[in-house]
Design a binder for this molecule. Structure first.
Ligand SMILES: [Mg+2]
Length: 179
């Protein structure tokens, strides 16, 4: 079974600044300090460099989901996050992103092995698996994250699949040979 991997959207797969750069002056002034509430802002964002290739690569080795939060006060964000995933990661039935978008304010409730996230709020810091903090010195880009994760993609072999010699009981004084 593949390990479960979650990947955040904002500032992990999505370049949030690219959407902010496309706001009109009027929007910028009206929504100052709450830019994530600008209607349609999420539809204007570009992917982070290397994110799309990394997603497709990782989705081959992991049971991969997108785990993101959408602002409570911006209903269009919920729609545009779905559309962003469909446009940039694919909408095809059976594709790596198909029905794999989870929008949540409680990331710790999702069980799994890895979460790649630039933040630690809304439960990311309480995620039961390993939190890979994106855009930090250890994980500054998608190349680094992909390499790190692929080295950890394999699950330990099931005990019944190990070579028999590894779990044969040790013989004591030759007594077991008579059976
Ligand atoms: Mg984020």
């Amino acid at each position: 079974m593949k390990k479960i991997l979650y990947i955040d959207l904002d500032n992990t797969l999505v370049n949030v600044q690219s959407g902010i750069d496309r706001l009109t002056n009027a929007e910028y002034i009206r929504y100052e300090k709450r830019l994530d509430e600008v209607p349609g802002i999420f539809a204007r964002m570009e992917p982070i460099s290397g994110a799309i290739d990394a997603f497709h690569t990782l989705a081959q080795s992991f049971d991969t989901y997108i785990l993101s939060m959408a602002p409570w006060a911006n209903a269009s964000a919920w729609q545009h996050k779905l559309e962003w995933v469909q446009e940039h990661l694919g909408a095809d039935v059976g594709g790596p992103a198909y029905k794999r978008l989870i929008l949540s304010h409680h990331k710790h409730l999702n069980r799994g092995d890895f979460l790649v996230d630039d933040g630690s709020a809304i439960g990311a810091d309480r995620f039961e698996g390993e939190l890979i903090k994106f855009l930090t010195p250890l994980f500054p880009d998608w190349n680094t994250v992909t390499r790190y994760l692929l080295e950890r993609a394999q699950t330990a072999p099931h005990p019944e699949q190990r070579p028999r010699s590894l779990h044969r009981p040790a013989l004591r004084g030759g007594a077991a040979l008579s059976h």
